[in-house]
Design a protein around this ligand. Structure first.
Ligand SMILES: Cc1cc2nc3c(=O)[nH]c(=O)nc-3n(C[C@H](O)[C@H](O)[C@H](O)COP(=O)(O)O)c2cc1C
Length: 262
């Protein structure tokens, strides 16, 4: 089986899912690489994926499930029988039912999953003093992801049509893990450090940040706690305090490796 284009689709507030998708695409190899970055907005109209395009969808794990905003934005993608590689990226704790949830959703949208993977990225709540998978994906992860792409390519080359493929089995349970109750919270701003450059407004995937009464205001009801604004603030003026950081640092610092389903 040959494919004309590779299409990477990602929701990636802190860029680890995007980096993973690019590395997999590097291994897949193709003259044409299409990109749909759904991090900052919902695509305006439905996107129909042709059968000769191989799509890699990479999204973060939030609470053992696919990040909800990613799931909503993925609903615009449809296919009739196009190959897809579902990929989840998690912060070294666990991905629980997220990969199964993503694989099921893409199948429902008309794709045929040909391989899937769970990769590790620096945890959104990782901080200098309490690192959790800091710096990942690193060089080793990159290599792993490139090799994954090469393996997928080899697998597809052995097939005449996707109909020859048995259904892909990935780890996870259905019904999926229940989502916890919503606990509205948003990063806080150190007024002494904040210069109101508004970069945080640009990098917020859900437009939760605005200027109110001459101060940066993050709406806790819209905030998805992705910590993009915390990690990217050029002045280090934003912080997000959660007891999870210490708990994750203590219990989930041992390196986990990617898991592949080919
Ligand atoms: C609200 C929230 C919930 C998260 N839940 C999990 C989780 O259940 N397991 C885990 O290992 N990492 C979890 N993470 C960490 C992210 O999955 C991880 O940092 C990922 O690399 C972020 O992807 P991105 O860089 O593409 O935004 C969570 C992060 C956030 C913000």
């Amino acid at each position: 089986m040959e494919y004309k284009n590779i299409h990477i689709v990602y929701f990636s507030p802190t860029h680890t899912s995007a980096k993973t998708a690019y590395a997999i695409a590097e291994g897949l190899g193709s003259d044409v690489l299409l990109e749909s970055d759904i991090t900052y907005k919902m695509p305006e109209k439905p996107i129909e994926i042709p059968d000769d395009e191989l799509t890699v969808v990479a999204v973060p794990v939030y609470g053992g499930r696919v990040a909800e905003t990613a799931m909503e934005r993925l609903r615009v993608f449809h296919a009739h029988h196009a190959p897809v590689v579902p990929v989840v990226v998690y912060g070294n704790r666990d991905y629980e039912d997220a990969l199964l949830e993503l694989t099921d959703a893409l199948t429902e949208a008309g794709f045929v999953p040909v391989a899937a993977g769970a990769f590790v990225g620096e945890h959104s709540f990782s901080r200098k003093q309490m690192p959790i998978a800091a710096g990942r994906p690193d060089a080793e992860d990159h290599e792993y992801a490139v090799c994954f792409g090469v393996r997928i390519r080899a697998k597809l080359e052995t097939l005449k049509t996707l109909a020859d493929l048995p259904p892909l089995k990935v780890k996870g349970n259905f019904p999926y893990r229940e989502k916890g109750p919503s606990t509205p919270q948003a990063p806080v701003v150190d007024e002494e450090l904040c210069t109101q450059c508004e970069y945080c407004i640009d990098v917020c995937p859900v437009s939760a940040i605005s200027i109110v009464d001459d101060r940066m205001f993050s709406d806790p009801n819209s905030c998805i706690k992705c910590c993009a604004c915390v990690k990217e603030c050029p002045e280090g003026a934003r912080s997000f305090d959660t007891p999870y950081t210490a708990m994750l640092h203590k219990n989930f610092s041992a390196r986990r490796e990617p898991e592949l389903f080919v």
